[in-house]
Design a protein around this ligand. Structure first.
Ligand SMILES: [Cu+2]
Length: 509
């Protein structure tokens, strides 16, 4: 950003942080500025085998639906030596099993809440009826249960599930409630990509955490950070300092940023290239070769990496190169470097998979007939100047139509944008063709400040005039503070209805 523009933003919008920095990096700020940078490269032992979340068991019920049992519970987890850490998990004490289902299958869940407070389970990236979405309107009482059921009707993709209770999502995810949800389809299975779960097709749920002296999770926000908690240690699938033993030449990594607010810029210690094969909503039309992939909270990327026999290489996170005004990036983790996971490669490698020349279908909404255009300005913790209200439906979209939304971050700080129910196509960024990593189907996109993102999406079915889907910033403290809105999908003659009264409303904001 040119200096004059940066100065303007610092004067009108930056808040205390920018003001203090503009006055010169004196005293306290300089102290914290220097202290704010985290760099674990070369300092992580990588002496724990990477945990692979178990595949969730299921059984067929009499109607032919595949039924999964998910028990949300509290417990203790030993992440490091010393006292165990009090955590939450699903069918365990930290994180949850990987759910795997195929397009066309009917899936059913028996979600039991064994916690002593209400929570919910939202299926991030899933196309499904609003009543099954697991957002703030589908909280499960303590001791209660919930039984959503739907037919998987979207292409193969790496999705995830996590709580979404209004005002408490950050806390619930930080304590450990998250899991991966993998969708398969015939097309993806025929491609020959690495696909043996936990062997050459590896889930990687990446989370930063802070531990206090007693090994308990610390979720306090950092000095001058606008993003809430930024951890100084990295867990992958709940493992601190993980290594993974590679037994094949090509390995697919399903990267999920399940952190509350941290952005990652993934790359390898030797800067080798790898192939991005899928984004949030499924396979790319063709692989994109790169040496870095950025993910903001909630985003996923499937990458395929080639290894040489006998070598060792480390996945890292590198500094974020753009998007913060002045020195604000430092306080929000943009300068940080992490060792994430060590890959220890066997001396002889299986070599049976390949990256095909053509994979998924390209998003096709550019040029579609557009029924409605809307614009969303994100700033502070509001969208278009408003905070989330449980009983306010912000707008209705028509079933069967395509809409184009113009989304921008009018702030000096970081936000991203997630829409429930749909996968969208990024048409342009500041009027230009989006970079390759934004050309596949997306449900969450990082919003670089002062840039305009035009996204297109089709609302194909699942009308409900009363129960809304959410759109929001996926930096969880922002979402909890109200950076969220609600829309309903309406049938041809329907009007926006009334949100049913929720029995449990918690407002900790
Ligand atoms: Cu935000």
């Amino acid at each position: 950003m040119e200096r004059r523009k940066a100065l303007k933003w610092s004067l009108i919008g930056g808040g205390a942080g920018v003001g203090a920095l503009t006055l010169g990096l004196g005293g306290t700020v300089a102290y914290f500025y220097n202290k704010a940078e985290v760099d674990t490269v070369g300092k992580v032992d990588f002496d724990s085998p990477l945990a692979i979340p178990p595949l969730a068991e299921s059984e067929e019920d009499s109607s032919g639906a595949r039924v999964f049992n998910l028990d949300i519970q509290s417990g203790e987890t030993a992440f490091k030596s010393g006292p165990a850490t009090r955590t939450w998990g699903i069918n365990g004490t930290y994180l949850g099993p990987t759910i795997r289902a195929k397009r066309g299958e009917e899936v059913a869940f028996r979600v039991v809440n064994s916690l002593d407070e209400s929570t919910s389970i939202h299926w991030h990236g899933m196309h499904l009826p609003a009543v099954m979405d697991g957002g703030p309107h589908q909280e499960v009482e303590p001791g209660g249960d919930w039984a959503p059921q739907w037919t998987i009707n979207q292409q193969a993709a790496t999705l995830w599930y996590h709580p979404h209770p209004h005002g408490r999502t950050a806390e619930h995810i930080y304590k450990g409630l998250s899991g991966m949800f993998i969708i398969d389809d015939d097309e993806s299975e025929a491609l020959g990509l690495p696909s043996e779960y936990g062997v050459d097709d590896v889930p990687m749920i990446v989370q930063d955490r802070k531990f206090d002296d007693g090994n308990q999770l610390d979720d306090s926000g950092a000095f001058l950070s606008s993003q809430g908690v930024l951890g100084d240690e990295i867990l992958v699938n709940g493992t601190l300092g993980p290594y993974f033993e590679v037994s094949s030449r090509l390995v697919r990594l399903r990267l999920l940023n399940a952190s509350n607010s941290r952005l990652y810029n993934f790359g390898f210690s030797d800067d080798r290239t790898f192939s991005l094969v899928a984004t949030d909503g499924g396979l790319m039309p063709e692989a994109w070769e790169t040496d870095r992939i950025e993910l903001s909270p909630g985003e996923r990327a499937e990458i395929v990496v080639a290894f040489e026999p006998g070598e060792a290489v480390t996945l890292r996170s590198y500094p974020i190169e753009e998007g913060y005004v002045f020195g604000l990036g430092r306080f929000n983790g943009a300068d940080d470097r992490f060792g994430i996971c060590r890959f220890q490669v066997a001396n002889s490698l299986a070599d049976e998979t390949e990256i095909p020349a053509a994979m998924g279908t390209a998003p096709d909404l550019d040029g579609a007939e557009v029924a409605e255009e809307r614009s969303f300005s994100l700033s502070g913790t509001s969208i278009n100047g408003e905070k989330m209200a449980m009983d306010r439906i912000d707008f209705g979209v028509r079933e069967g139509t395509v809409e184009v939304w113009e989304v921008s971050n009018h702030d000096g700080y970081m936000h991203n944008f997630h829409v429930h129910d749909v996968q969208y196509q990024v048409l342009t960024v500041d009027g230009d063709t989006p970079p390759p990593h934004l050309r596949g189907w997306k449900d969450t996109v990082r919003l670089v400040p002062q840039r305009e993102y035009r996204i297109a999406m089709r609302f194909s079915d699942y009308t409900d005039p009363n129960l809304p889907y959410m759109y929001h910033c996926h930096l969880l403290t922002h979402e909890d503070a109200g950076m969220m809105g609600q829309f309903v999908v309406l049938g041809e003659d329907e009007e926006i209805g009334t949100v049913p009264e929720v029995s449990t409303v918690h407002d900790h904001s």
